[in-house]
Design a protein around this ligand. Structure first.
Ligand code: FES
Length: 190
């Protein structure tokens, strides 16, 4: 294995005039989250969640803005963001399709599910469609091994999938007939 180093200190940071941490978000962070923690940096996770929930990812500028409020180095914020794969450091599509690739799901044809999505969307794992509507990723075990193969569509868990069912869910999203709520939302298919 080789270590890959990044020139973080010289990498330009894209900036926009408008802050990512809006006034109302900052108030929420100061008034609601900060009082819950002994140290300001305790509020780092909720602050990051707030940004990701709003924008779908966490821009470097937002990391700096959070660092300023929490009075910690921006590098500490970046360390946290890059350590957890749930945090996104670049934009993703409007809908995230996350197929579990761990052993139980792999054993139950998860690979075929992923292949079907790749074919349906014309993208590879880790890519986003040109219209920015879908991003496809693979995840390690999402805790639904008993109903493998499983996948998440945004925050909805879908279990006992087949390639056709997964593609059908994507069709539903495109047609505007997708019902949020996970596997319960597709009961009518059985
Ligand atoms: S292995 Fe896929 S949910 Fe556990």
């Amino acid at each position: 294995m080789a270590w890959i180093t990044k020139p973080s200190s010289t990498t330009p940071i894209e900036k926009r005039d408008e802050p990512y941490l809006t006034a109302s978000m900052e108030s929420k962070l100061r008034d609601e989250y900060l009082p819950r923690y002994q140290e300001k940096k305790g509020a780092l996770f909720p602050a990051l969640h707030m940004i990701q929930h709003e924008y779908g990812w966490i821009p470097a500028q937002a990391m700096r803005e959070i660092a300023n409020v929490l009075e910690i180095p921006a590098s500490e914020v970046m360390d946290t963001v890059t350590f957890y794969e749930e945090y996104w450091t670049h934009p993703k599509g409007e809908h995230l399709i996350s197929v579990c690739r761990s052993i139980a799901c792999e054993f139950c044809n998860a690979t075929q599910c992923t292949e079907a999505v790749k074919k349906r969307l014309g993208i590879d794992v880790g890519q986003t469609t040109d219209d920015n509507k879908f991003t496809l990723i693979e995840l390690e075990c999402i805790g639904s091994c008993g109903t493998a193969p499983a996948a998440l569509i945004d925050e909805d868990l879908h279990e006992n999938l087949t390639p056709d069912r997964l593609v059908n869910l994507i069709d539903q999203i495109e047609q505007g007939s997708y019902t949020k709520g996970g596997s319960g939302a597709v009961k009518d298919e059985h």
